[in-house]
Design a protein around this ligand. Sequence first.
Ligand SMILES: Nc1nc2c(ncn2[C@@H]2O[C@H](COP(=O)(O)OP(=O)(O)O)[C@@H](O)[C@H]2O)c(=O)[nH]1
Ligand SMILES: [Mg+2]
Length: 224
Amino acid sequence: MRGVTTSPPTRGDLVLPCLNEAEALPWVLDRVPDGWRAVVVDNGSTDGSPALAERLGAHVVHEPRRGFGAACHAGLLAATGDLVAFCDCDASLDPAELPRVADPVGTGAADLVLARRRPTARGAWPLHARLGNRALSRMVRNRTGVRLRDLGPMRVARRTALLGLGLTDRRSGYPLQMVVLAAEAGWRIEETDVAYRPRTGRSKVTGTWRGTWQAVGDMRAVLR
Ligand SMILES: Nc1nc2c(ncn2[C@@H]2O[C@H](COP(=O)(O)OP(=O)(O)O)[C@@H](O)[C@H]2O)c(=O)[nH]1
Ligand SMILES: [Mg+2]
């Protein structure tokens, strides 16, 4: 394993929100690039994910509060490096692509880089999730003027800048709130393509009716 280390990162921290991802964890952690510290944030897994992540060398954070945003934010607070990256822990996105995504932030050319998901197979991205995402990207554009084609979960920014945004959402609206507040703060936001593969294991958010319903509600709350 390359970047899986609990020592301080040289490049940055990779925050991996994780709810029952024992099947995906070995591949995900094996793909963490050099210089990045894997921070796996658990809040309630019942499949042994946190113990497995620890065994595989990741830094594991336990967040008592449930929710995707609660997990992401706990990871941000636990980060120590210059850069912070976020990525799903379901093997749908390849952490090995991270250096290219992080590069514009590292060089100072951008303040936030979002990975635009390009599905590699049918079924990688359910139609309702894709359409919902496109509609949201359009709303962000109308509201902030920032042209985005995706609001994907893989992204990189500077740690202190992220902390300064004052993110308050602790559920599914977290990634959207990050983009809206960054745009309102005048950040230079860029997009770069990454491969989006069928996830390993079962979806907790947009792959279920309940998860999608909650996500839509959370996103609307952010845009209000
Ligand atoms: N810790 C934690 N992780 C979560 C929670 N909800 C989702 N995740 C993780 O967030 C990532 C995205 O969730 P996922 O089920 O893939 O949603 P989808 O991409 O919309 O299908 C995965 O790594 C999940 O394990 C949560 O409440 N707590
Ligand atoms: Mg996913």
